[in-house]
Design a protein around this ligand. Structure first.
Ligand code: ZN
Length: 249
């Protein structure tokens, strides 16, 4: 599934592996190794202990956060090597300090409901307030944001290192907010009503969640007009207020 899931999987293994090497499985079948696990010596296709990335309860496989009473916990394991910081160092040589924005959600139906619409407004205000705004891309995007500088990332570990060195991360729910929790980087996470910080959030982050009658909606595979409307109604000013109130810039 996603990089966020792969990050949380490391924590699950930390809890269960009892010193053994781990062979990752998905519904009991061996799964491909994530690029996030590349530097972790105890996760391997030849591992001694199978640990499934999903939970098996009531004869169903599910993500842990779809079960009750789940709180995401970032892993403790060192994931990055010095060479993973090449891009982060390059960005720091250009800007010294920077705010990372993550406007690019995966292009699945689910993520339509997690898309936020006011990134350009946000960039304009952040820029006025003196932020150096950075955005990571995998390839040349047609859409660009005025007042933000794009950098092409080579892989997910380079991206994680850029999060680590950022002063502030602003994102919707996904890999980036889990990554910020891992690197202890200040983060504003915009949930709207599709998902919720109650299941997926971190108390130290600024969580912007719309609590209406159908939140958390978790509508997947199709557009939910109410979630889209709720996302539209979260304006850039609300994000800025969170940043200012917390003294984050
Ligand atoms: Zn909805």
């Amino acid at each position: 599934m996603g990089w966020g899931d792969d990050l949380l999987y490391i924590h699950k293994c930390e809890q269960q592996r009892q010193g053994k090497t781990v062979r990752p499985t998905r519904k009991t079948r061996p799964r491909q190794l994530s690029a996030l696990w590349k530097n972790i010596s105890w996760i391997d296709t030849q591992g001694e202990l199978d640990i499934d990335e999903l939970e098996h309860t009531n004869n169903k496989w599910a993500r842990a956060y779809h079960l009750n009473n789940y709180t995401p916990t970032p892993p403790q394991t060192q994931i990055l090597k010095q060479s993973d910081y090449n891009l982060a160092q390059h960005i720091q040589s250009k800007h010294k300090e920077y705010t990372l924005i993550c406007p690019d959600v995966k292009e699945t139906h689910h993520d339509v409901n997690k898309t936020w619409y006011h990134w350009q407004d946000l960039c304009n205000i952040l820029s006025q307030r003196g932020h150096n705004i950075v955005r990571l891309t995998h390839r040349e995007h047609s859409k660009r944001y005025k007042n933000a500088t794009d950098y092409v990332t080579a892989n997910i570990r380079q991206s994680l290192a850029v999060v680590d060195r950022a002063n502030l991360v602003i994102t919707t729910d996904g890999f980036w907010h889990h990554a910020s929790a891992y690197t202890k980087t200040d983060c504003v996470t915009i949930y709207g009503s599709c998902t919720s910080d109650k299941d997926l959030g971190y108390s130290e982050q600024a969580n912007i969640t719309t609590r209406d009658e159908h939140s958390p909606c978790y509508t997947i595979h199709k557009k939910c007009n109410k979630c889209v409307e709720n996302m539209w109604n979260i304006r850039a000013k609300q994000v800025i207020d969170e940043i200012v109130n917390r003294g984050w810039g």
